[in-house]
Design a protein. Structure first.
Length: 559
């Protein structure tokens, strides 16, 4: 006798919709002679479409990018093709002194470099979007827990990512309670009742319960946690003591519920020519374009021209071919749920990169301060990227100028990403501090004041292609059927723990899920991206008790 099991659709995962299901069971004979070409069946095209959609691992991603930048750093140059094309400031003074000061024009920053006759770059239309920037599709493939990090926000100069998040201690009285306050350089991700494992210990104890969050000021909860002071003596928790901590959910299960910390690394999926970049129709961003007329009497080469400081274009970037993610796993050995558009500054014109062996610099949001800090120093090898430089030279009179630009990345190359926390027991990854790159002006070609200034940007721009459930599934050790390969086995609970992947088209009550077109055996995911180029010294930080913490610009505590 055949056995039939009908599993209700709403039990697939929490919040699954209820759909009608049926199973036809008859008492008729199941075997018969079938004549060739004499067999027919009724099929549901809707079901066939959904089955193909859920099984498909092929994607053609598209990004609409709004590019925002502030061209705010001025300088001087003796290289005439640069000098003759600056967006000039103090024109009258420059006529008197002979020192011409200004901004590089918009086409040194734009995604598309127009055909400008600047007597410096030989322009090729097919390379228009490769002069200033390079574009790649990447995914997070592995973790680097031994990455060296450093900050100027507290007295810890360097630490290893796997050690956790740095803090500074202060002792306070709040509402009649004695508290030990831990001020962190980045969001700590804690909730009251959880525990922290400190790099410092009181006696033999390095595990303490989180009592409260914040110091009563707006937005302080994310960076400050407090431990109740039971009357600790000695210097362990003295004011100004620094260290690192790791989050722990349950002290009765200290190994499995202790979070891991690392810098995730992106693997390049496409080469520099594989993405198609186009201007997004007639769309412009809301900040407009700054243009002015430069009269011949007030320009160094005595030619009247129109100069433009910024542009306001938006762009559409898509892959030139389908990307098959079959058997590709992310940094937690799960099916890839996120793709990234990684935008890397190339700078072919040569305004940037002051040293031949040092290209783009890298850091994290906690490294961005209102004024330049030693972390970004050209001699600090810990802030170097692994992206090398090419160069070319030009001669003007008896002087030779060297112009450097970033090398292209190849498929399979690795580049660093965000500083993250992962908890095996929860099965969740949290971004602690986003990853940034910095390009610095070359003072030999364009001298700024102060010297060494540049621009920051966040290269990795996320596209969600799958969503993991917000509910942790569990199964006993003997119930191994349908347990995914990425499940975590808890030896304490003797259970498998995992988060299911939502099916395409399913959106839960928290609006989590994906639903995008599926056509011709390929998914077509799409997202909007705001790409910001941030000038050094911009007001990009908030202050909590005298320590500057990077936050997202243009957002306050009420949004």
């Amino acid at each position: 006798m055949n056995k039939f099991t009908l599993i209700p659709s709403e039990l697939q995962f929490p919040e699954s919709p209820t759909v009608d299901q049926s199973l036809q069971i008859t008492l008729e004979e199941k075997q018969q002679v079938i004549t060739e070409y004499d067999r027919s069946a009724t099929i549901s095209l809707e079901q066939v479409y959904d089955d193909e959609r859920q099984a498909c691992t092929v994607f053609r991603p598209t990004f609409k990018v709004v590019y925002l930048y502030g061209n705010t750093i001025t300088g001087t140059t003796n290289y005439l093709p640069f000098q003759y094309n600056l967006y000039l400031v103090d024109n009258v003074e420059s006529v008197t002194t002979g020192v011409w000061k200004g901004f590089p024009q918009f086409y040194e920053f734009d995604f598309f470099r127009p055909n400008i006759s600047d007597q410096h770059v030989d322009y090729y239309a097919k390379s228009a979007y490769t002069y200033n920037w390079s574009f790649y599709l990447t995914y997070v493939s592995q973790n680097n827990e031994n990455a060296y990090l450093s900050t100027t926000l507290c007295a810890i100069n360097n630490w290893v990512a796997k050690n956790g998040i740095p803090f500074t201690i202060s002792n306070i009285q709040y509402q009649g309670l004695s508290l030990i306050q831990f001020t962190c350089i980045s969001p700590h991700g804690l909730t009251p009742g959880e525990f922290v494992k400190l790099s410092i210990s009181y006696g033999n104890n390095d595990l303490f319960e989180v009592f409260t969050l914040g110091n009563g000021q707006t937005d302080s909860d994310s960076h400050i946690f407090n431990v109740y002071n039971y009357g600790f003596t000695g210097n362990t928790f003295s004011n100004g003591v620094v260290g690192t901590f790791k989050r722990m959910i349950n002290p009765d299960n200290p190994v499995e519920t202790l979070s891991k910390y690392y810098v995730r690394q992106h693997k390049v999926l496409t080469s520099v020519d594989d993405l198609i970049v186009t201007k997004a129709g007639f769309e412009k961003n809301v900040f407009g374009e700054e243009t002015k007329l430069e009269l011949s009497s007030l320009t160094p080469n005595r030619i009247t021209r129109i100069s433009r400081k910024t542009s306001s274009n938006s762009y559409t970037i898509t892959s030139g071919y389908d990307i098959d993610l079959l058997n590709i796993r992310d940094n937690q050995k799960r099916p890839v749920s996120e793709l990234f558009l990684s935008i890397i500054f190339r700078g072919y014109s040569g305004y940037f990169f002051p040293q031949l062996n040092v290209g783009l610099k890298q850091g994290w949001q906690f490294n961005i301060t209102p004024t330049s800090n030693l972390y970004w120093n050209q001699n600090n090898i810990n802030s170097n990227t692994n992206i090398g430089l090419n160069f070319y030279t030009k001669t003007q009179g008896s002087q030779q100028f060297t112009f450097k630009y970033s090398k292209d990345l190849n498929k399979g190359d690795l580049i660093d990403g965000d500083f993250c926390e992962w908890n095996d027991y929860e099965g969740t990854e949290r971004v602690i501090s986003p990853y940034y790159q910095k390009m610095v002006f070359n003072s030999d070609n364009f001298a700024t004041s102060p010297q060494g200034y540049g621009y920051y940007y966040e290269p990795h721009n996320r596209l969600q292609i799958r969503v993991f459930s917000d509910y942790v599934e569990t199964a006993d050790v003997n119930e191994v059927e349908n347990v995914p390969t990425w499940a975590f086995f808890s030896s304490v609970d003797q259970q498998f723990r995992w988060r299911d992947l939502y099916t395409y088209g399913f959106i839960d009550s928290n609006f989590r899920g994906v639903d995008y077109p599926f056509l011709n055996s390929s998914h077509y995911p799409y997202t909007n991206v705001v790409f910001r180029l941030i000038p050094e010294g911009a007001n990009y930080n908030s202050t909590i008790q005298g320590i500057n913490f990077p936050v997202k610009p243009l957002i306050d505590g009420c949004e």
